[in-house]
Design a protein around this ligand. Structure first.
Ligand SMILES: [Fe+2]
Length: 295
């Protein structure tokens, strides 16, 4: 069977059938997957059956993987590149990170080396009245850049944005009732704020993208504080225009891959503690496409 890409017909998203991700991809298959990822931002591979190792080995074909040192409690045993995202509690202990990503953001925009892609594998998906819960939403930052007003493009050209890991962490504590403790001084020192250009060139499409997100962006460095605040407020609203947003609904067995340069995303928190979700994640870094000094 040959690989078949079906576009969602919406702002982002496609389904790819005809690939068994447990086996290494042929070079031509990898090319097709990357092409679809550039064009559609988010691709879904239904009905996959993968061990943690197979998920890691598939993800590695997209680039180097991050090992999240802060959350080693939620790594798959023996496969530190695989992180468990779950609200399941066993013997009084959470088996995974329960409230990951519940707010619009871009993974790793707060890192020196940013993220290229996320690979998520849905093993248990909550369901109510026959409908799956816990969708993942995306917004298209290639489109958001293209439709920025000319004066905003001109003002922001060559400028940079400060991203801070602590911003999202504190938002979760303050607004979402998360039980996360405040970051310690040592944790904050380990993840100091970093700056990246507000516009990046997308490595898969060559198009420019708006690289800012409500989760981590703190400041346009080169603008006075008040102007920066106003500009960020404008960008956060602009980048979530309904025309750019796509909602991806999960089915058990889905592998969902999205690229993090041209999209921002949000995990919809519409399920309760007894509606169990169990998802495995790998995080692919962008060092195949960018050097740190370009970011
Ligand atoms: Fe995320």
């Amino acid at each position: 069977m040959t690989l078949k890409v079906t576009a969602s017909g919406e702002a982002l998203g496609a389904t790819i059938e005809g690939l068994n991700l447990a086996r290494p991809l042929q070079p031509a298959e990898l090319d097709s997957v990357l092409k679809a990822l550039g064009k559609h931002g988010v691709v879904r591979f239904p009905r996959q059956e993968l061990t943690g190792r197979e998920l890691r080995d598939f993800s590695r074909q997209l680039g180097d993987l991050e090992i999240n040192v802060a959350s080693h409690a939620y790594q798959e045993p023996g496969v530190p590149e695989v992180m468990i995202l779950s609200n399941i509690v066993e013997n009084g202990k959470p088996i995974g990170l329960a409230d990951a990503g519940q707010g619009w953001h871009t993974d790793m925009s707060y890192s020196r080396m940013i993220a290229f892609a996320n690979v998520l594998y849905g093993i248990k998906i909550p369901r109510r009245n026959g409908e799956t819960l816990g969708a993942t939403q995306f917004s298209n930052m290639q489109a958001a850049y293209a439709e920025l007003p000319a004066d905003v493009k001109k003002t922001l050209e060559g400028k940079s944005v400060l991203h801070d890991f602590n911003k999202f962490w504190e938002m979760m504590r303050r607004e979402k009732g998360s039980k996360r403790p405040a970051l310690t001084e040592a944790q904050r020192k380990a993840k100091p704020p970093v700056s990246h250009p507000v516009f990046l060139r997308h490595p898969l499409t060559g198009k420019r993208v708006l690289y800012a997100n409500p989760g981590y962006a703190m400041r346009i460095n080169e603008l006075p504080e008040k102007e920066s605040d106003e500009m960020l407020e404008f960008l956060f609203e602009h980048q979530l225009k309904p025309a750019y947003v796509y909602t991806s609904r999960w089915e058990e067995g889905d592998v969902l891959v999205w690229e993090d340069i041209g999209t921002i995303h949000n995990a919809v928190a519409d399920y309760g503690p007894d509606e169990h979700r169990f998802v495995k994640r790998c995080q692919v870094m962008a060092n195949r496409y960018f050097r740190e000094d370009e970011l």
